[in-house]
Design a protein around this ligand. Structure first.
Ligand code: ZN
Length: 394
């Protein structure tokens, strides 16, 4: 495999003589495509006391990730083509990896920006389905009690969500969402009858049925509108069953899961501690086993870290009041390679869910994750590193 200027220039016959500056003997080793982490929240701009893009992409690269797809919920969020252009220009000078940008879908408030976001190169648009946002900053409100009601921008009702599916279908784009039904969550929390104090409480307040319910609704909307829909960070066996049911009906619905759901269970909580609080929560062993089966059988097509840093001070707050989210883009590759070496999946499937299928899903294939020689790199810009190239949809 001959590489020139950072891209594959040719696949040569064994024993071919070639003048090269560097040579690597990969006999007996696995040669994998650079990982694509499609689910990274770098907090830049607006919350860089948590982390900035220079740092998150350097961490990602350390772990073998060569392309980061950055989530839109920084401050301000990428909810218009105008902010998309600003964000792209900002990140091009600080990124250590190539990168793509997500757009934010709010429902009616920015329905007219969905087309322009895709035209600008958004790899997909993300709906924080069921999450309230801060009215001014449009940042996520992790715990509803954190903000007075007048500061909350409530999630769009399902009628608006269906309209969003239509709009995404019209532009041939990809819509992804956090799938946990807010009404199921609210009632489950009420029935708990007291604040969340233990990991058991967290699982009772956020049952797997909340995930499966939203996926079932998304299935109907995707079927009715023809939109492509992607479930991010799938965490439960029930959710996986809903994904399989959609796929069996021929609905264009795909799903992602994350290393934390594939390697941790509720039994790890005493060891890992409250920092393990992520939404949706890490569940039981049977969920983890089901998710590996989903990866290996093809129902789950892509893995992402859901890298979501907070400060140590924030994550040290009580279990109930700390924000959900944990870091992961640097450990994404090593943790998954460890699982590969433990026999959880095959090298081929591993390369698909960490690179090839992900590249296809987000319109980056074959510019990314292909071993075919790149005749004409089609990047929009070629700023020398540091300064990643913005990977836009083809
Ligand atoms: Zn996320």
């Amino acid at each position: 495999m001959l590489c020139e200027n950072g891209v594959i220039a040719g696949i040569l016959d064994t024993g071919a003589r070639v003048d090269a500056d560097e040579r690597y003997d990969a006999a007996g080793k696995l040669v994998l495509p650079g990982f694509i982490d499609p689910h990274v929240h770098s907090r830049d701009p607006g919350a860089t006391h948590k982390e900035d893009f220079e740092h998150s992409t350097r961490g990602a690269l350390t772990g073998g990730v060569t392309t980061v797809l950055e989530m839109p919920n920084a401050i301000p969020p990428v909810d218009s083509a105008e902010v998309f252009a600003q964000r792209r220009a900002q990140h091009e000078v600080s990124a250590w990896t190539d990168f793509g940008l997500w757009g934010l879908a709010l429902g009616e408030p920015n329905i007219d920006e969905i087309g322009p976001l895709f035209a600008a190169g958004a790899v997909a648009v993300k709906l924080f389905w069921g999450y309230a946002l801060h009215r001014e900053t449009r940042s996520l409100v992790y715990n509803l009690g954190d903000e007075p009601p007048e500061n909350l921008l409530m999630p769009p009702p399902n009628g608006q969500v269906m309209r969003l599916f239509e709009e995404v279908a019209r532009h041939g784009g990809l819509l992804a969402a956090h799938c946990e039904d807010k009404d199921v969550l609210a009632t489950s929390q009420e029935r708990l009858g007291h604040p969340i104090e233990s990991y058991e409480d967290l699982l009772a307040a956020r049952p797997a049925a909340a995930e499966a319910t939203t996926i079932a609704i998304a299935t109907e909307f995707a079927k009715a509108t023809g939109a492509r829909f992607h479930v991010v960070h799938l965490a439960s066996e029930a959710g996986l069953e809903a994904v399989r049911a959609a796929q069996a009906r021929g609905v264009r619905l795909t799903a992602e899961t994350c290393p934390q759901y594939l390697t941790l269970t509720d039994a790890d909580y005493p060891r890992v501690g409250p920092v393990m609080k992520v939404y949706p929560p890490v569940r039981e062993q049977r969920d983890q086993d089901a998710l590996w089966a989903g990866v290996n059988e093809g129902a789950l097509v892509s893995l992402g870290s859901d890298h979501a840093p907070h400060t140590v001070e924030e994550k040290s707050r009580g279990f109930e009041t700390q924000p959900a989210g944990a870091v992961g883009c640097e450990t994404f590759g090593p943790v998954l390679i460890d699982a590969l070496l433990r026999g959880k999946t095959t090298p081929t499937r591993f390369a698909e869910v960490t690179a090839t299928e992900t590249a296809k899903l987000y319109g980056l294939y074959p510019r990314k994750a292909s071993s075919a020689p790149a005749a004409t790199p089609t990047w929009w810009s070629s700023t020398p590193r540091p300064g990643g190239r913005c990977a836009t949809r083809s």
